[in-house]
Design a protein around this ligand. Structure first.
Ligand code: LLP
Length: 413
């Protein structure tokens, strides 16, 4: 956990704001983010890449709140988007279209046209058919689209199977064994400039070794393409660096990983790009919830809180671990319990069989490391309005997304 969240005299703070104050005023459930934690992780990338031409394109899918995008845009970040919706968000937040890279395996014609009209930096393409479509749309619009092919390097990312993407059997990218033919054919197409090679092998990688292996494979490919006269100028290594979800777990060293990559690309005259999402925002966020009830069933103890899988689906979907901490430390010790929400699903839990603080109804808890893939994956299941989001800056805080109302729930019906 970053030191943006810490106990002071038994009360849990985010930067210089006591979380209980936010919960009392903004209500629960509520996401709280530390701006300094976000910026310091972003700067770790920028500093680590000093000395080589580069761009850090924050992966909007991890957390697309306008307040957070604005923070990163002002810090000079580029953005990695996967939909027209994310493009719209970045533009609304003041992001520079010339710093946007468009990834994703199923871009629609409308999304491609939108991105071309806005003049984004480049497209990471995942199939030959997509490259052809971009070519024809760019010609029609009188534009030249910068294109990179997302290569599937067949590297085992050793992460959760749902968030691993770099093996042959995955739907992502084009097999490295077949991609040279694709480049050769695409090189003749009008309306595109074949500038880049890209990959993204998976998410929540704790060991940088597979990323370094993928980088090596891609550099080999760049050399072979250049030998055939295809002038590759850009290398995008995707995102994927993981974060510690358990208290005391080591944090993967972004600096060391970037150092290793910098060494590999030295002298290759490549513009280096990364698309980190989780490692920028995960640790900066917590989900605050109020304890509604305690109940015992047989040997099991349940702590029923007002946050559920509709606010945070990661435990249900990936068996993900998020630390559960009380907003006020007490002398009531710990209890082994399931921390569950109000949703009518047995899979609706924030923690299972976990030693947690012995909190009582009315107490507040924080599920930690929720800044990435938290709110963005929230749903309205069980007709639950989505929670509010708060951004803390030093001793100040503000709501960056209002809690949904009952009217919001039926809008459009
Ligand atoms: N670039 C591409 C092409 C991606 O597909 C992803 C994530 C990223 C960058 C950012 O990866 P990151 O740095 O965040 O690892 N919902 C899952 C994670 C899904 C990741 C999908 N792709 C979770 O909650 O763990």
């Amino acid at each position: 956990m970053t030191n943006s969240f810490e106990y002071r005299g038994g009360a849990f703070f985010c930067e210089d704001v006591e979380l209980r104050t936010i919960a009392d005023q903004a209500g629960t459930p509520c996401y709280v983010y530390s701006s300094s934690a976000i910026l310091s992780r972003y700067r770790e990338y920028v500093n680590g890449l000093e000395g080589v031409p580069h761009r850090v394109c924050y992966a909007v899918k991890a957390n697309g709140n306008l307040g957070i995008l604005r923070l990163l845009a002002e810090a000079g970040a580029g953005f990695d988007i996967v939909s027209g919706g994310e493009l719209y968000r970045v533009l609304q937040a003041g992001g520079d279209p010339a710093r946007i890279v468009f990834s994703g395996v199923g871009k629609t014609r409308e999304e491609i046209e939108y991105a071309l009209a806005q003049g984004i930096h480049s497209f990471n393409c995942e199939s030959e058919a997509e490259i052809s479509l971009i070519s024809s749309l760019a010609v029609r619009l009188g534009k030249t689209a910068s294109v990179a092919v997302r290569v599937n390097p067949d590297v085992d990312a050793s992460t959760h199977p749902y968030i691993s993407t770099g093996l042959k059997e995955h739907k992502f990218g084009i097999d490295i064994a077949e991609v040279e033919g694709v480049y050769a054919r695409a090189a003749g197409l009008p309306g595109i400039s074949l500038d880049g090679v890209s990959c993204h092998i998976g998410s929540q990688l704790l060991d940088p070794a597979p990323l370094v292996e993928a980088a090596q494979k891609l550099l080999g490919l760049v050399a072979r393409l250049r030998a055939k006269g295809i002038r590759i100028t850009q290398l995008d290594l995707g995102g994927g660096i993981g974060v510690p979800y358990r208290c005391g777990d080591p944090r993967p060293d972004v600096g060391a990983f970037l150092q290793a990559v910098k060494k590999l690309v030295a002298g290759s005259e490549l513009f280096l790009m990364f698309e980190p999402g989780r490692s920028i925002v995960a640790e900066a966020g917590a989900l605050i919830a109020r304890v509604l009830y305690r109940k015992r069933s047989g040997d099991k103890e349940f702590i029923i809180v007002d946050a559920s899988m509709t606010e945070l689906i990661r435990p249900a979907l990936y068996e993900a671990h998020h630390e559960i901490l009380p907003l006020r430390q007490s002398s009531f010790g710990n209890v082994k319990a399931d921390v569950v929400g109000p949703v009518c699903e047995s899979g609706d839990f924030l923690a299972e069989d976990r030693e947690v603080a012995n909190v009582l109804p009315g107490d507040m808890i924080a599920a930690m490391t929720c800044g990435a893939y938290g709110f963005v994956m929230a749903s309205n299941y069980n007709s639950r309005p989505r929670p509010c989001e708060v951004l803390v800056e030093g001793a100040g805080w503000r709501i960056i997304r209002q809690r949904e109302s009952l009217q919001d729930l039926i809008r459009g019906e």
